[in-house]
Design a protein around this ligand. Structure first.
Ligand code: COA
Length: 357
């Protein structure tokens, strides 16, 4: 979408159509990007107007979710976006023998060229994507873009290195990284991403990266918050982790969103949702979960729980509990129902979004 003032283009507002993993499935999502207003036209309500129009478009296109990474965290809450995933900015100090126990046996490693990586990585990425709420699908064009590596944009880092781990000839993990020399004539490895098809392979990839000769540090600005360094490493302090906000999520269609995800506990909770920006969501929902799947009816009776749509988005992928949100007044109501809702919405795998868009 764009906005014009006469012949002048004054605002842009873009979105990618992709699927976001939610507990127990995935949902069509509008991934918002390129929101920008000319400095001459800021603070006149143009973004607000484009945003409201965009939500109506999402509803029409059948996209129950919208998501974005915010350049400034203060902007999007007013539009009903809630912080739904967090990230660790990771700095791993390398020491010999830092991993507890023997290395996984049977893993072999090789570096591959771009074309081979393009054949192998998407399948392995998809294994991780399907199990981790907040990740989104990549099409071929996205992978091409990910692998584009123009020398003038490397800022002193090496070209991409593409690592594959395999067991008995089956590929089970990968990493994309760069390296750079530090002042001590040793190297820093900077990850773009590293995933394994199973826990053992994930650890094997990480251990391999720390055992490359002359490497002092492995860094990753966007690491999942449940990467098990506290258990992998004999000294967890070697993994310095700074937590920050990552993906912001908007439930554009609350009923569809509640009905499509799976739940960790059966039960019934009636919740009233406040959503002044998308009034079609401002209803009372009776969420009945049976065998882990939810049925969501609109009802007139008194709710057990009151929640605003941004707070619901923060709890939706399992990152934040309604109990925590109740402590700051974002959720109110019956304590037992809040606790039950928390048990229902929990996710064993931490929510995470693999990249900024
Ligand atoms: C951020 C930006 C898109 C806002 O556009 P805008 O047309 O000025 O926004 P609006 O006038 O519609 O303001 C909408 C609301 O957001 C608030 N807001 C907008 N930008 C804000 C900012 N940077 N900090 C705090 N609040 C902000 C406004 O005060 C207004 O609040 P209200 O409706 O509650 O009164 C624009 O300033 C811009 O292009 N900035 C540079 C690019 C950028 O940061 N893009 C965001 C990418 S994630």
């Amino acid at each position: 979408m764009t906005a014009r003032d006469g012949d002048t283009l004054v605002a842009t507002f873009g979105s990618f159509p992709f699927e976001t993993t939610i507990p127990g499935g995935q949902l069509p999502t509008s991934g918002v990007t390129g929101v920008a207003i000319l400095p001459t036209h800021r603070r006149r309500g143009i973004t607000r107007r484009l945003m409201v129009e965009h939500f109506a478009d999402c509803l029409e296109r059948g996209e129950p979710l919208a998501s974005l990474w915010a350049s400034e965290a203060v902007i999007y809450g007013r539009f009903g976006y809630g912080l739904a995933t967090r990230q660790h900015d990771l700095k791993l100090t390398v020491r010999p023998g830092m991993f507890v126990g023997a290395p996984a046996s049977g893993h072999e490693f090789r570096l591959v060229e771009r074309d081979e990586a393009l054949r192998i990585f998407p399948g392995l990425f998809d294994v991780e994507r399907q199990r981790r709420p907040g990740m989104f699908t990549r099409d071929d064009a996205w992978w091409e873009l990910l692998f584009s590596d123009p020398p003038d944009r490397r800022e002193g880092w090496s070209a991409h290195r593409r690592l594959v781990a395999s067991v008995d000839g089956v590929d089970v993990g990968y990493a994309i990284f760069r390296a750079k020399w530090n002042d001590q004539g040793r190297q820093i490895v900077r990850l773009s991403e590293a995933f394994g098809a199973d826990d053992t392979s994930e650890r094997a990839v990480w251990q391999f990266l720390t055992e490359i000769d002359l490497v002092d540090e492995v860094v990753n600005w966007n690491d999942p918050i449940d990467r098990p360094f506290d258990w992998w490493l004999s000294d967890p302090r070697l993994a310095a982790r700074k937590v920050s906000d990552a993906l912001y999520l908007r439930l554009v269609d609350v009923r569809a969103a509640l009905q499509e995800r799976s739940y960790q506990r059966d039960g019934t909770v009636t919740l009233a949702v406040a959503d002044p920006v998308c009034p079609w969501n401002e209803k009372t929902y009776r969420l009945t979960v049976s065998a882990g799947r939810g049925l969501c009816d609109l009802v007139d009776n008194d709710p057990d729980v009151w929640i605003d749509v941004a707070a619901l988005a923060s709890a939706y992928l399992g990152d934040r509990s309604p109990f925590e949100l109740a402590r700051v007044g974002r959720v109110t109501g019956n304590t037992e129902a809040i606790s039950l809702l928390g048990d229902m919405l929990r996710s064993d795998v931490a929510a995470y979004c693999q990249e900024m868009f």
